[in-house]
Write a protein that binds this ligand. Structure first.
Ligand code: ARG
Length: 472
């Protein structure tokens, strides 16, 4: 008897369940399918595309008899296009006995097309099938994240432009350090994000290799054309060895999640600054009202919940990256079912990153500053380093100037913050910022992502013989 269950419950659970790929007990089916029934809904449209490429390739192979008839392939592709639309509209339901979206799609094709549906799995395995769907997903979503990161960078640069010379005490160790500006603060986060976007673009390039045709991990004794399927799906190239094609499962997910985690770290640190600097005790920034939540007991509260969740979600994405590597670490070569469990952290991590980028763009656009509160942060000590540098510029060794200012700290006077930042004119300094250069970097990343996505859409439209995505 299964532990923790009544006898009849255990007998009911232990019933063998017939599936496309063999008979297993209900409880085993539930355990092994895991979260796929829920998670795979997101993969359906990508698997329809991968399957469409596979059957198109089968029908193009010059064998006698054909691996799949051309008319049959066309009917399959038509149904797949239909199914992908249904999935997009939230009308695709997996059944427990399907195990995952791959078997669900095959079942539905068989229900709708009879024997033709039962021919399509020739020359592939669920292993290369799921790897292909995931690579299409990674490419699409990372490129989407690049565009969203660029949009947020642009919002930050607009904000920087509006407050370019508004003085803000720069801090190190959170202690007042040197004269700086709101423009520098915002431009720095924009540059951070532009670099994160480059990282995500690079991982999108890793994901841009087609694993289809590697089958279970060892290829098939058929003249399949892997270059053709890669081309049909708009991939830049197929992965080469069929074994490595399966090893990219999880590995590319981990790389994508690390790029996401890197992006989330940027956002989390910026969120932390905003939480701190919008506290009444600082009052430098005013957070947009629509993004703050109230308290059930304290009428005065306007809490920065969004920013707090950005911090916790950055922690979660980092954990998603870490667990993905941990799952891979002990997996031997070839496909192992462990790989299935990389799906959840992957989908969650990339989804969280995109949602965070998207919510912060309007947030930054609604941000306001209070110059008088920022000015009040300029205690005389903020000018100490500038004073030492000024003394040294007239010939004194810097160490002597430093000691002199250090000995007279109590007599330091408060200078004009605006004049102090105006004197820092070199490259990248508060008065030497080239916002156009940063805009160019963000725009270049967004353009590359946009062009790639447009190329993929054209490939999918050709492959399915209908506009893809629908309504685009
Ligand atoms: N749902 C499975 C996964 O995500 C599909 C591959 C199953 N392959 C197998 N040999 N059991 O990994």
């Amino acid at each position: 008897m299964l532990r923790g269950m009544s006898g009849s419950e255990a007998r009911r659970r232990a019933r063998l369940h017939g599936t496309t790929v063999g008979r297993v007990r209900d409880d085993v089916l539930a355990y092994t399918a895991g979260d796929d029934l829920r998670l795979d809904v997101e993969l359906v449209e990508y698997d329809c595309l991968g399957t469409a490429a596979h059957v198109t390739m089968l029908a193009a192979a010059r064998t006698r008899p054909p691996l799949l008839g051309r008319r049959e392939a066309r009917r399959v592709v038509r149904e797949l296009g239909q199914m992908a639309v249904e999935a997009r509209r939230g009308r695709f339901a997996l059944r427990p006995e399907d195990q995952d979206c791959h078997l669900a799609i095959e079942r539905i094709l068989t229900e709708r097309l009879g024997d033709t549906g039962r021919r399509i799995h020739l020359g592939r395995s669920r292993n290369d099938q799921v790897a292909t769907a995931l690579r299409l997903h990674t490419r699409d979503h990372l490129l989407g994240a690049v565009q969203e990161a660029a949009a947020l960078a642009e919002a930050l640069l607009d904000f920087a432009g509006r407050h370019l010379r508004v003085p803000m005490a720069g801090r190190t160790h959170l202690q007042p350090a040197m004269p700086s500006s709101v423009g520098l603060w915002a431009a720095a986060w924009a540059e951070d994000l532009a670099d994160d976007a480059v990282l995500m673009l690079n991982v999108a390039d890793l994901a841009d290799q087609c694993p289809l045709g590697s089958a279970a991990s060892y290829g098939v004794p058929l003249p399949i054309d892997r270059a053709l399927t890669a081309r049909l799906l708009g991939f830049s190239r197929p992965t080469h060895t069929v074994l490595y094609a399966n090893h990219t499962r999880g590995k590319v997910e981990a790389a994508a999640l690390h790029a996401c985690a890197q992006t989330m770290v940027t956002l989390s640190r910026m969120a932390e600054d905003l939480i701190l600097f919008s506290m009444p005790e600082f009052g430098y920034f005013v957070l947009p009202a629509g993004f703050c939540t109230g308290s059930s007991i304290m009428p005065q509260k306007r809490n920065p919940d969004v920013l707090e969740l950005v911090r916790s979600r950055a922690a979660r994405v980092a954990a998603d990256a870490a667990v993905t590597l941990e799952i891979l670490r002990a997996a031997p070569s070839g496909y192992n079912r462990d790989l299935q469990d990389t799906k959840e952290p992957y989908l969650r991590g990339i989804g969280t990153t995109r949602a965070t980028l998207r919510i912060l763009e309007p947030f930054v656009r609604g941000l306001n500053v209070r110059p008088e509160r920022l000015a009040a942060g300029f205690l005389p000590e903020v000018f100490a380093a500038d004073r030492a540098i000024e003394l040294a510029s007239s010939g004194l060794p810097f160490r002597d100037a430093y000691q002199k200012v250090r000995g007279e700290l109590d007599h330091l006077t408060r200078e004009d913050p605006a004049a102090a930042i105006a004197r820092k004119r070199h490259l990248g300094a508060p008065a030497g910022l080239d916002l156009a250069l940063l805009r160019g970097r963000a725009a270049a990343a967004a353009r590359m992502a946009g062009e790639s996505r447009a190329r993929h859409r054209r490939a999918f439209t050709r492959l399915l013989g209908r506009p893809w995505p629908p309504g685009h």
